[in-house]
Design a protein around this ligand. Structure first.
Ligand SMILES: Nc1ncnc2c1ncn2[C@@H]1O[C@H](COP(=O)(O)OP(=O)(O)OP(=O)(O)O)[C@@H](O)[C@H]1O
Length: 223
């Protein structure tokens, strides 16, 4: 699904990531961990073509990203759901409208039953008409997941999705991600929360990628 071959990335100074070669296979569940500033968000951006590698190749859905024109990048991104670290919403629009935006902006219809099922699945049925500023941190994160998956993406990328949540809410969000993976979605979650990773590994065959000294390696069983 995603392949990195000898990839390096630099924002202009020295290399932030070097010699990265790895595969995310369909249906897999990966965590990406590493110290703050080590390049987790950067890696995710390379996974959806927001950034292009400065060295090496990134292949997404069997297409090398450098070879894609703008329309092809847009089509490729429609198959990827992203939960951003800061999960912003349009504050003047009700939550349900925010959640369906990825469909609306690409000219697709939203099925009301699907929307209502999705809102129920993330536990936000009662808040469909609420405005985003009135939501708690956990509600915002769950809404961000709903928005990321309303297009039924093949791949979900989540950047610190439990960043500001208490443990109970983190576990609830994790459960949603595990269920989604069981339904076939490939998942990559960037997090520094090792307890979350440990908890996930009891529920799903998750693999852990660790950024250390610019390299990304598969972590051992110690996590
Ligand atoms: N657009 C940019 N231009 C220049 N440097 C950047 C840019 N974006 C990120 N960086 C730098 O690249 C490094 C890695 O950033 P990144 O956000 O990928 O790390 P991270 O591991 O996700 O960090 P955190 O856990 O704190 O979110 C940081 O030193 C950051 O300041």
């Amino acid at each position: 699904m995603i392949a990195f071959d000898n990839v390096a990335y630099s924002y202009g100074g020295g290399e932030l990531l070097s010699e990265v070669s790895l595969r995310l296979t369909p249906g897999s569940f990966h965590f990406l961990t590493g110290p703050s500033g080590s390049g987790k968000s950067t890696f995710l951006k390379l996974c959806y073509g927001e950034l292009l590698p400065t060295v090496g190749t990134v292949t997404i859905f069997d297409r090398e990203v450098h070879s894609l024109d703008r329309d092809e990048v847009a089509r490729m991104r429609r198959r990827i759901g992203v939960v951003h670290q800061d999960c912003r919403f349009l504050d003047h629009l009700p939550l349900a409208t925010n959640v369906t935006l990825p469909l609306t902006v690409t000219g697709r219809e939203s099925n009301m039953q699907d929307l209502s099922d999705l809102m129920a699945w993330v536990g936000l049925s009662q808040l469909a008409d609420a405005l985003p500023p009135s939501l708690s941190g956990g509600e915002r994160q769950r809404a961000a997941v709903a928005r990321a998956i309303i297009t039924s993406p093949d791949l979900l990328l989540a950047d610190e999705p439990t960043g500001n949540l208490d443990w109970e809410m983190s576990l609830r969000l994790l459960k949603l991600l595990v269920e989604l993976n069981r339904m076939g979605t490939t998942i990559l979650v960037a997090t520094h929360d090792l307890n979350l990773i440990r908890s996930a590994k009891q529920q799903v065959a998750a693999r852990v990628l660790r950024i250390s000294h610019r390299r990304i390696q598969l972590a051992g069983a110690d996590l």
